[in-house]
Design a protein around this ligand. Structure first.
Ligand SMILES: Nc1ncnc2c1ncn2[C@@H]1O[C@H](COP(=O)(O)OP(=O)(O)OP(=O)(O)O)[C@@H](O)[C@H]1O
Length: 289
């Protein structure tokens, strides 16, 4: 994916299967500094791609570099891990850990051996995510939004250059989502962030670039505005459900919003990112870039 800055992550022809499931099929994507959104429905392969980039698993074939290092080599994996912040979908918090203990534990795994410097860093990242005054609280006693912030703090420890966030806004209420997005936007400065989500709102509000993944394949890469433009002239309203539409749904006004190829004389509407995303799913004609 072209970017205004040089790509820091480059994935080329990556394929990975789990038994009979091809989770990723010839995936190529490049991105640089700033936040790139990885949008896709459940089972699209987002987590699998993130886990590969986080050096947790290795693809069956294809090439990739992260910050100039190849995760297929031992040395490359080591170099990437030293510069990586990873918030997995289920961070596996030990419920009896306090926020401080959990982030400290992650800092130890990141080889921060100087206890005093490490504790200072743990306090810094907990302050960054607004949990400085809760650091002694057990994770089991924190709200979902606060737990996600503990996860983000753990991803930020050690000041990583590449941050991977796997569906970080799932389960958050609208206010928590806003707060979390703000935090991610602030921490993305000067870093490469890859954020997987199935919420187009996350992408619209946060991302400089976006890739759509569906059934293990890249269906689109570009800017959020370019993704919305995929639906230009392909969204129309009608009073009855339009059987010829690829998809249609009733809106708050009682009218139907349809996407696909509009019939002659249709009342065409301005497209949204969501329309572009829905059209990009499973539709590669003139879309993948
Ligand atoms: N460890 C595994 N063993 C077997 N199949 C797997 C494994 N991990 C993922 N898959 C399968 O690979 C496909 C892609 O899964 P993946 O979790 O990467 O998708 P996703 O886009 O992250 O979905 P979700 O939004 O539901 O997390 C799915 O069909 C999934 O069932």
């Amino acid at each position: 994916m072209p970017s205004s800055s040089a790509p820091t992550v480059s994935v080329s022809g990556v394929t990975l299967s789990f038994r009979n499931t091809r989770a990723l099929d010839d995936v190529s994507i490049r991105f640089g500094e700033g936040i790139t959104g990885l949008l896709g429905p459940n089972g699209a392969g987002k987590t699998t791609l993130l886990r590969i980039l986080a050096t947790a698993i290795t693809p069956d074939s294809g090439a990739l570099t992260v910050l100039g290092h190849d995760p297929r080599t031992v040395q490359g994996r080591h170099e990437i891990r030293r510069r990586l912040g990873y918030l997995p979908q289920n961070p596996g918090f030990h419920p009896r850990f306090t926020a401080f203990e959990f982030v400290d534990y992650v800092a130890i795994l990141k080889e921060m051996t100087d206890r005093q410097a490490r504790h200072q860093e743990v306090r810094r990242v907990l302050d960054t995510v607004g949990l400085g005054d809760r650091r002694g609280k057990r994770i089991s006693s924190l709200s979902g939004g606060m737990r996600q912030r503990v996860g983000l703090a753990a991803a930020l420890v050690g000041d990583p250059l590449f941050i991977v966030l796997d569906e970080p806004t799932v389960g958050l209420d609208p206010e928590q989502r806003l707060r979390f997005r703000e935090l991610v936007a602030e921490t993305a400065e000067g870093r490469t962030v890859l954020l997987s989500t199935h919420q187009t709102e996350d992408v619209a509000m946060l991302c400089r670039r976006v890739a759509v993944l569906d059934q293990g394949r890249v269906r689109f890469t570009g800017t959020p505005a370019e993704l919305a433009a995929v639906a230009e002239g392909r969204v129309w309203s009608s009073t009855e459900r339009d059987a010829g539409a690829r998809a249609g749904w009733r809106t708050g006004t009682g009218e139907f919003r349809n996407i696909g190829d509009p019939p002659p004389g249709a009342q065409v509407c301005a497209p949204t990112l969501e329309d572009g995303y829905l059209l990009a799913l499973g539709d590669t004609s003139g879309v993948a870039g």
